[in-house]
Write a protein that binds this ligand. Structure first.
Ligand SMILES: NC(=O)c1ccc[n+]([C@@H]2O[C@H](COP(=O)([O-])OP(=O)(O)OC[C@H]3O[C@@H](n4cnc5c(N)ncnc54)[C@H](OP(=O)(O)O)[C@@H]3O)[C@@H](O)[C@H]2O)c1
Length: 300
């Protein structure tokens, strides 16, 4: 099968288009023929070598596609089903991907592969951080730092869905997007605005950025009994700090995909390019430079 292979850890110039051995399905997994993958920040972190591992390796964590084989213990999926999954470190930049069945969900007929794959990792983390991490309740004041990123956009939507009063930080395109699509959200420009300018003091802050400044500003704007959840910073001396690491499940992906179909949630795709080493490199540069307009998706 075709795959994009990273030959040398930490060197994205070494990404190449290769033919690698076909995969065989295992008892608790499904084999998926790839239609779309998302470019996730974790792929860049893994490829840079900051998470260990050794090259050559196939990067990629999100996949949407068609089931082409089913493991003998799997009963919820059949050949031909359209599915999506977050398979962290799952070697998804390839023509075929082995997906543990517990991580997969069915894509509703009216949801495209690109939309589906755009929410499985970042979106799942945004949703779960609000629902399980911060346990946001109706009427609470919630701030999402990085509200136009892939995690932040779903955190904003999930907090609104829970009935919270939502504020978010963004810049440029993201700021305009939040103001246009979610006029009920108080959107701050992270480069110029003061997040307490409207006198708000937050019950919960969802931090998707992790810098010292963003954390310090977040704690300064949070109630004494509130919480600042970060998916980037691992620890902080402030007792209101919570680190959140998303534990992917197919059930949560299903909630998001059904939400795309019903209109409960919105997917935002920046671009769809053919999956190739050149396009992975291009998207990594764009993601690292900031200012992308939604999820970067690569298709096959
Ligand atoms: N712990 C977990 O389970 C978990 C899961 C998923 C992701 N993550 C991590 O979470 C982070 C965010 O992921 P993502 O997929 O949402 O990335 P993303 O799509 O690149 O979004 C990041 C967003 O943060 C914005 N931003 C940058 N600097 C900011 C600042 N000072 N204040 C406010 N916003 C700022 C960016 O805006 P610009 O475009 O203007 O730069 C962008 O909209 C990554 O580090 C990722 O690895 C962790």
């Amino acid at each position: 099968m075709k795959a994009v292979v990273l030959k040398k850890l930490g060197d994205f110039a070494s990404l190449t288009d290769e033919t690698v051995p076909d995969l065989k399905v295992t008892p608790d997994a499904i084999l998926v023929k790839t239609h779309a993958v998302a470019v996730d920040p974790i792929d860049i972190k893994i490829g840079s070598g900051s998470r260990g591992g050794s090259a050559p390796m196939i990067l990629g964590s999100s996949v949407a596609g068609e089931v082409i084989a089913v493991g003998r213990n799997v009963h919820d999926f059949k050949v031909g089903d359209r599915v999506a999954a977050n398979v962290r470190g799952g070697e998804t930049y390839a023509e075929e991907v082995l997906v543990p069945a517990r991580l997969a969900a069915h894509i509703p007929d009216d949801v495209s592969y690109a939309s589906a794959v755009s929410v499985v990792l970042g979106g799942q983390t945004g949703y779960s951080g609000i629902v399980r991490g911060l346990q946001v309740k109706a009427g609470q004041n919630v701030l999402v730092q990085g509200g136009a990123g892939s995690v932040g956009l779903m955190a904003v939507q999930t907090a609104l869905d829970a009935g919270a009063k939502v504020s978010a930080t963004a810049h440029g395109w993201g700021l305009d997007f939040l103001r246009e699509k979610f006029p009920q959200v108080t959107a701050f420009d992270y480069k110029t605005d003061d997040i307490t300018a409207n006198g708000a003091i937050y019950d919960a802050v969802y931090d998707t950025v992790g810098s010292e400044k963003v954390l310090a500003d977040s704690f300064a704007a949070t109630k004494a009994d509130g919480h600042v959840l970060s998916i980037v910073a691992r620890s902080h001396r402030d007792p209101r700090f919570v680190h959140f690491f998303n534990q992917p499940t197919g059930a949560t992906v299903q909630t998001l995909l059904d939400g795309l179909s019903s209109g409960r949630f919105m997917a935002v795709v920046d671009s769809e390019l053919p999956l190739s080493a050149d396009n992975v490199r291009l998207d990594y540069e764009r993601l690292q430079n900031g200012g992308v307009h939604g999820k970067l998706v690569l298709t096959m």
